[in-house]
Design a binder for this molecule. Structure first.
Ligand SMILES: *[C@@H]1O[C@H](CO)[C@@H](O)[C@H](O)[C@H]1NC(C)=O
Ligand SMILES: *[C@@H]1O[C@H](CO)[C@@H](O)[C@H](O)[C@H]1NC(C)=O
Ligand SMILES: *[C@@H]1O[C@H](CO)[C@@H](O)[C@H](O)[C@H]1NC(C)=O
Ligand SMILES: *[C@@H]1O[C@H](CO)[C@@H](O)[C@H](O)[C@H]1NC(C)=O
Ligand SMILES: *[C@@H]1O[C@H](CO)[C@@H](O)[C@H](O)[C@H]1NC(C)=O
Ligand SMILES: *[C@@H]1O[C@H](CO)[C@@H](O)[C@H](O)[C@H]1NC(C)=O
Ligand SMILES: *[C@@H]1O[C@H](CO)[C@@H](O)[C@H](O)[C@H]1NC(C)=O
Ligand SMILES: *[C@@H]1O[C@H](CO)[C@@H](O)[C@H](O)[C@H]1NC(C)=O
Ligand SMILES: *[C@@H]1O[C@H](CO)[C@@H](O)[C@H](O)[C@H]1NC(C)=O
Ligand SMILES: *[C@@H]1O[C@H](CO)[C@@H](O)[C@H](O)[C@H]1NC(C)=O
Length: 307
Protein backbone atom coordinates (compact mmCIF):
# COMPACT_ATOMS: atom_id res chain seq x y z
CA UNK A 1 0.00 0.00 0.00
CA UNK A 2 2.93 2.35 0.54
CA UNK A 3 4.07 2.91 -3.09
CA UNK A 4 0.71 4.19 -4.24
CA UNK A 5 0.78 7.53 -2.37
CA UNK A 6 4.31 8.04 -3.65
CA UNK A 7 3.19 7.42 -7.19
CA UNK A 8 0.23 9.73 -6.65
CA UNK A 9 2.45 12.46 -5.27
CA UNK A 10 4.82 12.20 -8.21
CA UNK A 11 1.91 12.15 -10.62
CA UNK A 12 0.43 15.20 -8.92
CA UNK A 13 3.77 17.00 -9.13
CA UNK A 14 4.05 16.20 -12.81
CA UNK A 15 0.55 17.37 -13.51
CA UNK A 16 1.22 20.64 -11.70
CA UNK A 17 4.39 21.21 -13.73
CA UNK A 18 2.58 20.23 -16.88
CA UNK A 19 -0.34 22.55 -16.20
CA UNK A 20 2.03 25.45 -15.55
CA UNK A 21 3.78 24.78 -18.81
CA UNK A 22 0.50 24.29 -20.57
CA UNK A 23 -0.70 27.55 -19.09
CA UNK A 24 2.18 29.50 -20.48
CA UNK A 25 1.99 27.70 -23.81
CA UNK A 26 -1.69 28.41 -24.14
CA UNK A 27 -1.13 32.07 -23.38
CA UNK A 28 -1.55 33.80 -26.75
CA UNK A 29 0.92 36.45 -25.64
CA UNK A 30 3.82 34.12 -26.17
CA UNK A 31 4.71 34.16 -29.81
CA UNK A 32 7.21 31.40 -30.51
CA UNK A 33 10.56 33.10 -30.94
CA UNK A 34 14.13 32.35 -30.04
CA UNK A 35 14.35 32.01 -26.24
CA UNK A 36 16.91 34.79 -26.04
CA UNK A 37 14.54 37.35 -27.65
CA UNK A 38 11.76 38.90 -25.65
CA UNK A 39 8.33 37.99 -26.99
CA UNK A 40 6.02 40.80 -27.88
CA UNK A 41 2.29 40.42 -27.82
CA UNK A 42 0.22 42.73 -29.98
CA UNK A 43 -3.55 42.95 -30.03
CA UNK A 44 -6.34 45.32 -30.95
CA UNK A 45 -9.12 45.94 -28.52
CA UNK A 46 -12.34 47.86 -28.60
CA UNK A 47 -13.83 49.45 -25.50
CA UNK A 48 -17.00 51.47 -25.10
CA UNK A 49 -17.72 53.71 -22.11
CA UNK A 50 -20.65 55.78 -20.94
CA UNK A 51 -20.41 59.54 -20.91
CA UNK A 52 -19.49 61.04 -17.54
CA UNK A 53 -17.94 57.89 -16.10
CA UNK A 54 -14.48 57.48 -14.64
CA UNK A 55 -12.68 55.11 -16.97
CA UNK A 56 -9.97 52.61 -16.09
CA UNK A 57 -7.87 51.29 -18.95
CA UNK A 58 -5.33 48.56 -18.25
CA UNK A 59 -2.51 47.65 -20.53
CA UNK A 60 -1.53 44.54 -18.61
CA UNK A 61 -2.60 42.61 -15.54
CA UNK A 62 0.97 42.49 -14.32
CA UNK A 63 2.06 44.40 -11.23
CA UNK A 64 4.73 47.08 -11.04
CA UNK A 65 7.03 44.37 -9.62
CA UNK A 66 7.03 42.64 -13.00
CA UNK A 67 6.91 45.41 -15.57
CA UNK A 68 9.64 47.90 -16.40
CA UNK A 69 7.52 50.74 -17.65
CA UNK A 70 4.15 51.61 -19.19
CA UNK A 71 3.64 53.94 -22.12
CA UNK A 72 0.36 55.23 -23.48
CA UNK A 73 0.33 57.01 -26.82
CA UNK A 74 -3.09 58.60 -27.10
CA UNK A 75 -4.65 60.08 -30.23
CA UNK A 76 -7.93 61.87 -29.64
CA UNK A 77 -9.59 64.36 -31.97
CA UNK A 78 -6.59 64.47 -34.28
CA UNK A 79 -3.94 65.32 -31.72
CA UNK A 80 -1.65 63.02 -29.80
CA UNK A 81 -0.18 62.98 -26.34
CA UNK A 82 1.81 60.63 -24.23
CA UNK A 83 1.70 59.30 -20.69
CA UNK A 84 4.35 56.97 -19.38
CA UNK A 85 6.10 55.94 -16.21
CA UNK A 86 8.84 53.54 -15.18
CA UNK A 87 8.50 51.15 -12.27
CA UNK A 88 10.79 53.23 -10.05
CA UNK A 89 8.62 56.28 -10.77
CA UNK A 90 11.70 58.13 -12.05
CA UNK A 91 10.83 58.63 -15.73
CA UNK A 92 7.33 59.97 -15.67
CA UNK A 93 5.89 61.78 -18.66
CA UNK A 94 2.42 63.23 -19.12
CA UNK A 95 1.85 65.50 -22.08
CA UNK A 96 -1.93 65.06 -21.98
CA UNK A 97 -3.15 68.11 -20.13
CA UNK A 98 -6.72 66.93 -19.85
CA UNK A 99 -6.84 65.04 -16.56
CA UNK A 100 -5.73 61.64 -17.81
CA UNK A 101 -3.17 60.05 -15.54
CA UNK A 102 -1.45 56.82 -14.56
CA UNK A 103 -2.59 55.37 -11.27
CA UNK A 104 -2.16 52.17 -9.28
CA UNK A 105 -4.68 49.57 -8.33
CA UNK A 106 -4.62 48.19 -4.80
CA UNK A 107 -2.53 45.31 -6.18
CA UNK A 108 -0.07 47.94 -7.51
CA UNK A 109 -0.95 47.38 -11.14
CA UNK A 110 -0.71 50.50 -13.29
CA UNK A 111 -3.78 51.76 -15.11
CA UNK A 112 -4.74 54.75 -17.17
CA UNK A 113 -7.39 56.86 -15.52
CA UNK A 114 -9.75 58.99 -17.64
CA UNK A 115 -11.96 61.13 -15.42
CA UNK A 116 -15.44 62.19 -16.55
CA UNK A 117 -15.34 60.41 -19.90
CA UNK A 118 -16.61 62.52 -22.79
CA UNK A 119 -16.65 62.56 -26.59
CA UNK A 120 -13.30 64.38 -26.37
CA UNK A 121 -11.73 61.16 -25.06
CA UNK A 122 -12.84 59.02 -28.00
CA UNK A 123 -9.88 57.79 -30.03
CA UNK A 124 -7.03 55.38 -30.26
CA UNK A 125 -5.06 54.41 -27.16
CA UNK A 126 -1.81 52.55 -27.84
CA UNK A 127 -0.01 51.08 -24.90
CA UNK A 128 3.13 49.12 -24.25
CA UNK A 129 4.21 47.43 -21.06
CA UNK A 130 7.49 45.52 -21.22
CA UNK A 131 8.41 42.96 -18.61
CA UNK A 132 11.24 40.54 -18.13
CA UNK A 133 11.00 38.30 -21.19
CA UNK A 134 8.46 40.15 -23.27
CA UNK A 135 6.00 42.96 -23.59
CA UNK A 136 2.31 43.51 -24.04
CA UNK A 137 1.13 45.97 -26.69
CA UNK A 138 -2.45 46.99 -27.33
CA UNK A 139 -4.18 49.30 -29.74
CA UNK A 140 -7.37 50.13 -27.93
CA UNK A 141 -10.12 51.72 -29.92
CA UNK A 142 -12.06 53.69 -27.32
CA UNK A 143 -15.55 54.91 -28.08
CA UNK A 144 -18.49 56.35 -26.22
CA UNK A 145 -22.06 55.23 -25.63
CA UNK A 146 -24.40 57.84 -27.01
CA UNK A 147 -28.17 57.86 -27.05
CA UNK A 148 -29.56 58.44 -30.56
CA UNK A 149 -31.79 61.28 -31.71
CA UNK A 150 -35.11 59.78 -32.63
CA UNK A 151 -37.84 60.74 -35.08
CA UNK A 152 -40.80 59.15 -36.86
CA UNK A 153 -42.88 60.45 -39.72
CA UNK A 154 -45.09 59.57 -42.70
CA UNK A 155 -44.43 60.13 -46.36
CA UNK A 156 -46.27 59.41 -49.59
CA UNK A 157 -49.74 59.86 -51.03
CA UNK A 158 -53.20 58.37 -50.80
CA UNK A 159 -52.31 55.21 -52.67
CA UNK A 160 -48.91 54.55 -51.21
CA UNK A 161 -47.74 55.51 -47.72
CA UNK A 162 -44.44 54.90 -46.02
CA UNK A 163 -43.86 55.22 -42.28
CA UNK A 164 -40.32 56.03 -41.21
CA UNK A 165 -38.71 55.59 -37.84
CA UNK A 166 -35.16 56.71 -37.32
CA UNK A 167 -32.59 56.69 -34.52
CA UNK A 168 -29.66 58.85 -35.54
CA UNK A 169 -26.09 59.12 -34.31
CA UNK A 170 -26.21 56.57 -31.54
CA UNK A 171 -23.63 54.19 -30.20
CA UNK A 172 -24.18 51.31 -30.11
CA UNK A 173 -26.93 51.07 -32.70
CA UNK A 174 -30.47 51.36 -31.36
CA UNK A 175 -33.15 48.70 -31.81
CA UNK A 176 -36.28 49.65 -33.71
CA UNK A 177 -39.54 47.76 -33.77
CA UNK A 178 -43.17 48.59 -34.50
CA UNK A 179 -46.42 48.08 -32.68
CA UNK A 180 -48.62 46.38 -33.70
CA UNK A 181 -45.80 44.05 -34.71
CA UNK A 182 -45.19 43.97 -38.43
CA UNK A 183 -42.46 42.62 -40.62
CA UNK A 184 -40.08 45.43 -41.35
CA UNK A 185 -36.68 45.96 -42.75
CA UNK A 186 -34.20 47.82 -40.61
CA UNK A 187 -31.28 49.56 -42.21
CA UNK A 188 -28.20 50.33 -40.13
CA UNK A 189 -25.56 52.72 -41.40
CA UNK A 190 -22.35 53.67 -39.69
CA UNK A 191 -21.37 57.29 -40.03
CA UNK A 192 -17.81 58.42 -40.57
CA UNK A 193 -17.60 59.41 -36.90
CA UNK A 194 -18.38 55.83 -35.86
CA UNK A 195 -21.93 56.46 -34.68
CA UNK A 196 -24.86 54.46 -36.01
CA UNK A 197 -28.06 55.56 -37.67
CA UNK A 198 -30.86 53.02 -37.73
CA UNK A 199 -33.90 53.48 -39.94
CA UNK A 200 -36.94 51.31 -40.35
CA UNK A 201 -39.49 51.78 -43.13
CA UNK A 202 -42.95 50.44 -43.22
CA UNK A 203 -44.83 50.48 -46.49
CA UNK A 204 -48.54 49.79 -46.32
CA UNK A 205 -51.67 50.83 -48.07
CA UNK A 206 -53.22 51.63 -44.75
CA UNK A 207 -51.60 51.75 -41.34
CA UNK A 208 -53.31 50.71 -38.13
CA UNK A 209 -54.56 53.77 -36.32
CA UNK A 210 -52.27 53.41 -33.35
CA UNK A 211 -49.12 52.48 -35.21
CA UNK A 212 -46.16 53.28 -32.99
CA UNK A 213 -42.45 52.92 -33.36
CA UNK A 214 -40.53 51.51 -30.40
CA UNK A 215 -36.88 52.39 -29.97
CA UNK A 216 -34.61 50.84 -27.39
CA UNK A 217 -31.07 51.73 -26.46
CA UNK A 218 -28.86 50.50 -23.69
CA UNK A 219 -28.65 54.00 -22.17
CA UNK A 220 -32.43 54.10 -21.69
CA UNK A 221 -34.02 52.22 -18.85
CA UNK A 222 -37.32 52.32 -20.75
CA UNK A 223 -38.10 51.99 -24.45
CA UNK A 224 -39.20 55.15 -26.24
CA UNK A 225 -42.29 55.18 -28.39
CA UNK A 226 -43.11 57.53 -31.24
CA UNK A 227 -46.22 57.90 -33.36
CA UNK A 228 -45.29 58.65 -36.97
CA UNK A 229 -47.06 61.74 -38.24
CA UNK A 230 -46.99 63.95 -41.28
CA UNK A 231 -44.08 66.35 -41.23
CA UNK A 232 -44.98 69.97 -40.61
CA UNK A 233 -42.88 70.89 -43.63
CA UNK A 234 -44.79 68.30 -45.60
CA UNK A 235 -48.14 69.89 -44.85
CA UNK A 236 -46.70 73.31 -45.61
CA UNK A 237 -45.40 71.94 -48.91
CA UNK A 238 -48.86 70.53 -49.60
CA UNK A 239 -50.41 73.92 -48.95
CA UNK A 240 -47.98 75.50 -51.40
CA UNK A 241 -48.82 72.83 -53.94
CA UNK A 242 -52.54 73.49 -53.50
CA UNK A 243 -51.90 77.18 -54.01
CA UNK A 244 -49.96 76.43 -57.17
CA UNK A 245 -52.83 74.25 -58.42
CA UNK A 246 -55.41 76.97 -57.87
CA UNK A 247 -53.11 79.38 -59.71
CA UNK A 248 -52.82 77.08 -62.72
CA UNK A 249 -56.54 76.37 -62.74
CA UNK A 250 -57.26 80.10 -62.57
CA UNK A 251 -55.03 80.90 -65.53
CA UNK A 252 -56.56 78.07 -67.56
CA UNK A 253 -60.05 79.37 -66.74
CA UNK A 254 -59.16 82.92 -67.80
CA UNK A 255 -57.73 81.68 -71.11
CA UNK A 256 -60.78 79.48 -71.69
CA UNK A 257 -63.08 82.38 -70.94
CA UNK A 258 -61.20 84.60 -73.37
CA UNK A 259 -61.28 81.94 -76.04
CA UNK A 260 -65.00 81.32 -75.55
CA UNK A 261 -65.75 85.02 -75.67
CA UNK A 262 -63.86 85.32 -78.93
CA UNK A 263 -65.49 82.23 -80.48
CA UNK A 264 -69.01 83.10 -79.46
CA UNK A 265 -68.81 86.72 -80.46
CA UNK A 266 -67.24 86.21 -83.91
CA UNK A 267 -68.35 82.82 -85.19
CA UNK A 268 -67.92 83.90 -88.86
CA UNK A 269 -64.19 84.28 -88.40
CA UNK A 270 -63.62 80.64 -87.48
CA UNK A 271 -62.52 79.56 -90.97
CA UNK A 272 -59.92 82.32 -90.98
CA UNK A 273 -58.71 81.07 -87.65
CA UNK A 274 -58.05 77.68 -89.13
CA UNK A 275 -56.13 79.19 -92.00
CA UNK A 276 -53.85 81.09 -89.70
CA UNK A 277 -52.80 77.75 -88.26
CA UNK A 278 -50.29 77.39 -91.11
CA UNK A 279 -48.39 80.45 -89.84
CA UNK A 280 -48.72 79.55 -86.18
CA UNK A 281 -45.01 79.44 -85.56
CA UNK A 282 -44.68 83.06 -86.64
CA UNK A 283 -44.73 85.83 -84.06
CA UNK A 284 -48.01 87.58 -83.24
CA UNK A 285 -49.92 88.87 -86.21
CA UNK A 286 -49.52 92.59 -85.52
CA UNK A 287 -46.65 92.96 -88.02
CA UNK A 288 -48.42 91.04 -90.78
CA UNK A 289 -51.01 93.72 -91.46
CA UNK A 290 -49.66 94.48 -94.96
CA UNK A 291 -49.48 90.85 -96.06
CA UNK A 292 -52.98 89.97 -97.23
CA UNK A 293 -56.01 92.18 -97.38
CA UNK A 294 -58.62 89.82 -95.73
CA UNK A 295 -56.48 89.51 -92.62
CA UNK A 296 -56.65 93.19 -91.81
CA UNK A 297 -60.03 93.11 -90.15
CA UNK A 298 -59.07 89.95 -88.25
CA UNK A 299 -55.90 91.46 -86.89
CA UNK A 300 -57.67 94.59 -85.81
CA UNK A 301 -60.28 92.58 -84.01
CA UNK A 302 -57.73 90.48 -82.26
CA UNK A 303 -56.03 93.61 -81.09
CA UNK A 304 -59.25 95.02 -79.82
CA UNK A 305 -59.68 91.98 -77.67
CA UNK A 306 -56.30 92.34 -76.12
CA UNK A 307 -56.50 96.06 -75.54
C1 LIG B 1 -6.58 40.32 -16.77
O1 LIG B 1 -7.06 39.22 -16.04
C2 LIG B 1 -8.39 38.89 -16.32
C3 LIG B 1 -8.81 37.77 -15.41
O2 LIG B 1 -7.73 37.16 -14.82
C4 LIG B 1 -8.55 38.51 -17.78
O3 LIG B 1 -9.87 38.19 -18.08
C5 LIG B 1 -8.08 39.65 -18.63
O4 LIG B 1 -8.15 39.28 -20.00
C6 LIG B 1 -6.69 40.05 -18.27
N1 LIG B 1 -6.34 41.25 -19.00
C7 LIG B 1 -5.19 41.41 -19.62
C8 LIG B 1 -4.99 42.70 -20.30
O5 LIG B 1 -4.34 40.55 -19.62
C1 LIG C 1 2.44 53.38 -8.44
O1 LIG C 1 3.37 52.45 -7.95
C2 LIG C 1 4.71 52.66 -8.39
C3 LIG C 1 5.55 51.49 -7.91
O2 LIG C 1 5.29 51.23 -6.58
C4 LIG C 1 5.21 53.99 -7.84
O3 LIG C 1 6.52 54.22 -8.32
C5 LIG C 1 4.30 55.09 -8.37
O4 LIG C 1 4.65 56.31 -7.81
C6 LIG C 1 2.85 54.79 -8.01
N1 LIG C 1 2.03 55.76 -8.70
C7 LIG C 1 1.02 56.38 -8.12
C8 LIG C 1 0.26 57.36 -8.94
O5 LIG C 1 0.72 56.16 -6.95
C1 LIG D 1 -17.96 66.28 -16.50
O1 LIG D 1 -17.90 66.99 -17.72
C2 LIG D 1 -19.06 67.75 -17.99
C3 LIG D 1 -18.89 68.39 -19.35
O2 LIG D 1 -17.68 68.14 -19.91
C4 LIG D 1 -19.25 68.79 -16.90
O3 LIG D 1 -20.42 69.51 -17.16
C5 LIG D 1 -19.35 68.09 -15.57
O4 LIG D 1 -19.43 69.05 -14.54
C6 LIG D 1 -18.16 67.22 -15.34
N1 LIG D 1 -18.35 66.47 -14.11
C7 LIG D 1 -17.39 66.34 -13.21
C8 LIG D 1 -17.74 65.51 -12.02
O5 LIG D 1 -16.30 66.86 -13.36
C1 LIG E 1 -12.38 52.39 -34.17
O1 LIG E 1 -13.28 51.40 -34.60
C2 LIG E 1 -14.20 51.84 -35.57
C3 LIG E 1 -15.16 50.72 -35.86
O2 LIG E 1 -14.56 49.49 -35.82
C4 LIG E 1 -13.45 52.28 -36.81
O3 LIG E 1 -14.36 52.76 -37.77
C5 LIG E 1 -12.49 53.39 -36.43
O4 LIG E 1 -11.74 53.75 -37.55
C6 LIG E 1 -11.58 52.93 -35.33
N1 LIG E 1 -10.78 54.06 -34.90
C7 LIG E 1 -9.49 54.01 -34.83
C8 LIG E 1 -8.84 55.26 -34.36
O5 LIG E 1 -8.87 52.99 -35.12
C1 LIG F 1 4.73 55.99 -28.54
O1 LIG F 1 5.36 57.00 -29.30
C2 LIG F 1 6.76 57.00 -29.17
C3 LIG F 1 7.31 58.21 -29.90
O2 LIG F 1 6.52 58.50 -30.99
C4 LIG F 1 7.31 55.69 -29.71
O3 LIG F 1 8.71 55.66 -29.56
C5 LIG F 1 6.69 54.52 -28.95
O4 LIG F 1 7.10 53.30 -29.51
C6 LIG F 1 5.19 54.62 -29.01
N1 LIG F 1 4.64 53.60 -28.12
C7 LIG F 1 3.51 52.97 -28.39
C8 LIG F 1 3.05 51.97 -27.40
O5 LIG F 1 2.85 53.18 -29.40
C1 LIG G 1 -47.91 58.11 -55.18
O1 LIG G 1 -48.29 56.77 -55.35
C2 LIG G 1 -47.88 56.20 -56.55
C3 LIG G 1 -48.49 54.84 -56.66
O2 LIG G 1 -47.99 53.95 -55.73
C4 LIG G 1 -46.37 56.17 -56.59
O3 LIG G 1 -45.91 55.60 -57.79
C5 LIG G 1 -45.85 57.58 -56.47
O4 LIG G 1 -44.43 57.57 -56.41
C6 LIG G 1 -46.39 58.22 -55.23
N1 LIG G 1 -46.01 59.63 -55.21
C7 LIG G 1 -45.38 60.18 -54.17
C8 LIG G 1 -45.09 61.64 -54.27
O5 LIG G 1 -45.06 59.55 -53.18
C1 LIG H 1 -54.89 50.22 -30.66
O1 LIG H 1 -55.98 50.97 -30.13
C2 LIG H 1 -57.10 50.20 -29.80
C3 LIG H 1 -58.16 51.11 -29.28
O2 LIG H 1 -58.02 52.38 -29.76
C4 LIG H 1 -56.72 49.19 -28.73
O3 LIG H 1 -57.81 48.36 -28.45
C5 LIG H 1 -55.58 48.34 -29.22
O4 LIG H 1 -55.14 47.49 -28.19
C6 LIG H 1 -54.44 49.22 -29.65
N1 LIG H 1 -53.41 48.39 -30.19
C7 LIG H 1 -52.16 48.49 -29.80
C8 LIG H 1 -51.21 47.56 -30.44
O5 LIG H 1 -51.77 49.30 -28.98
C1 LIG I 1 -42.65 37.85 -41.76
O1 LIG I 1 -41.33 37.36 -41.72
C2 LIG I 1 -41.24 35.97 -41.52
C3 LIG I 1 -39.79 35.60 -41.40
O2 LIG I 1 -38.96 36.53 -41.94
C4 LIG I 1 -41.93 35.26 -42.66
O3 LIG I 1 -41.90 33.87 -42.44
C5 LIG I 1 -43.39 35.72 -42.76
O4 LIG I 1 -43.99 35.14 -43.88
C6 LIG I 1 -43.46 37.23 -42.89
N1 LIG I 1 -44.84 37.65 -42.84
C7 LIG I 1 -45.34 38.55 -43.67
C8 LIG I 1 -46.76 38.90 -43.49
O5 LIG I 1 -44.64 39.09 -44.54
C1 LIG J 1 -31.51 44.72 -29.68
O1 LIG J 1 -32.00 43.51 -30.21
C2 LIG J 1 -31.13 42.41 -30.06
C3 LIG J 1 -31.71 41.22 -30.75
O2 LIG J 1 -33.08 41.27 -30.74
C4 LIG J 1 -30.89 42.16 -28.58
O3 LIG J 1 -29.96 41.11 -28.43
C5 LIG J 1 -30.33 43.41 -27.95
O4 LIG J 1 -30.19 43.23 -26.58
C6 LIG J 1 -31.24 44.58 -28.20
N1 LIG J 1 -30.62 45.78 -27.70
C7 LIG J 1 -31.24 46.66 -26.96
C8 LIG J 1 -30.47 47.86 -26.54
O5 LIG J 1 -32.40 46.50 -26.64
C1 LIG K 1 -39.51 64.46 -42.11
O1 LIG K 1 -38.80 64.74 -40.93
C2 LIG K 1 -37.62 63.97 -40.74
C3 LIG K 1 -36.98 64.36 -39.44
O2 LIG K 1 -37.86 64.93 -38.57
C4 LIG K 1 -36.67 64.22 -41.90
O3 LIG K 1 -35.51 63.44 -41.74
C5 LIG K 1 -37.35 63.85 -43.20
O4 LIG K 1 -36.51 64.13 -44.29
C6 LIG K 1 -38.64 64.64 -43.34
N1 LIG K 1 -39.32 64.20 -44.55
C7 LIG K 1 -39.84 65.05 -45.40
C8 LIG K 1 -40.51 64.47 -46.59
O5 LIG K 1 -39.77 66.25 -45.25
Amino acid sequence: MRPIPWILTIAALFSVVWSIEKGTNENPSVIPTKPSQPSKYYANRREVFNIGTNVILMCSNKTWNEIFYVTWNITVRGHSCRISSSNDGQKSVNTCKDGKSLQNTSRVQPYLHIPNFSADDVGLYMCESPYNGGSENYNINVSITVAPKISAWLEGNDSDMVAFCRAEQGNPAANISWSPAVNTSVEITQESDGFFTVESRLSEEEFPENLTCIISHQLWSQDKTLVPDWNKTKTVAKAHLALAYTGVVGVVLVILAGFLYFVLKKPTLLPLCQQTDTSRSKPPVTDEVEEVEPYASYVQRVNSIYN
